[in-house]
Design a protein around this ligand. Sequence first.
Ligand code: NAD
Ligand code: MG
Length: 384
Amino acid sequence: MKRIAILGATGSIGTSTLDLVEAAPEQFEVAAVTAASNVAELAGIARRTRARLAVIADESRLEMLREALSGTNIQAAAGESALAEAAVSADLVIAAIVGTAGLAPVMAAVRAGRTIGLANKEALVSAGALMIEEAQRTGATLLPIDSEHNAIFQCLAGQDCDKVARLILTASGGPFRAFTLDEMAGVTPAEAVAHPNWSMGAKISVDSATMMNKGLELIEAHHLFGLPESRIDIIVHRQSVIHSLVEYADGSMLAQLGSPDMRVPIGHILAWPRRMATQARRLDLIEVARLDFEAPDPVRFPALRLAREALKRGGAAPLTLNAANEIAVEAFRASQISFPAIAALVEAMLDAMDRPLPSSIPDVLALDSEVRAIARERLAKLSA
Ligand code: NAD
Ligand code: MG
């Protein structure tokens, strides 16, 4: 029996995780589940999985959660410290909160030396150096759930990265892969969220459309596998069948393939170092028939260049990139700015700010708030 905690249990990754865990009750015991604000859904999940602890991030909803769990012996809790408590309550914590909101709970798990199935890439992008350093100190294990990084992890098969020539991250290219710049200027939030291959939360779907998702993943790969950005390539592969590749010094290239279903990488991490069965659709290579590859277009997708520059610059540049992007995506989803304005705001913020990475998580979070406030001010000026 593995004891697991699911942070962000009501989201897309959370739901896929629950699907696997509930289909294998003899393998998993759920210690804790968390959500931002949806009390009814969280309480339902906690009851179904017989979790011991249910945490709602929004503290004003604690009473509601208590009521929804009355008659059970599930503990109800709310707020930041309760999220951290949930994060250390199990052997394996699935980190599936979206955005920097997940950073403090992930760090709590790292500090406690836990094993973390990391989906929440923004946490690693914002504070990667601190997180990796702390994991080395405490013996915490970071296991990648993000499909590309999970593919690389599988292709590395426990080998050191010193014989790796380069990592190759594949990108679907998103819904606007073939759009002109003019066409992109007029796209709506609904169009941006409709991903051709994957079903995901709204924020990451917009990130896939701008390809900022691949930029964040470049930074994520750098931290997880310890390679410099010059040895991490990005290629567009529109079928999303090959999830990423590792090229070794001897010229061998290893790839991991599968249908675009997050239950495959999540199942790999849930069962690691063993394997488990999943209900994910089997890949039919005859049906797939062909695999296409092309170079990403840096002109139509400036986010890739911005992420690479941020990683090269170091310090708090990746944090700035991520925080500005979160604000820009929010504004785009609320129809306050155009689609190309997302990357434009991120670029302006990178130009305006040049800070070292703070050495503690509270200071990282303070800087994150500061970047968000400045980004919001800029947006307000633009629309004034
Ligand atoms: P989602 O929006 O579907 O779910 C997010 C979850 O986080 C929800 O449970 C929500 O209640 C919770 N949450 C949101 N804001 C919160 C806050 N302020 N405090 C506490 N909890 C909060 O997102 P998702 O698509 O499941 O993505 C989750 C993470 O996994 C993201 O970092 C994303 O980049 C990463 N990821 C997702 C996919 C995918 O297929 N969905 C693939 C790879 C990586
Ligand atoms: Mg991914």
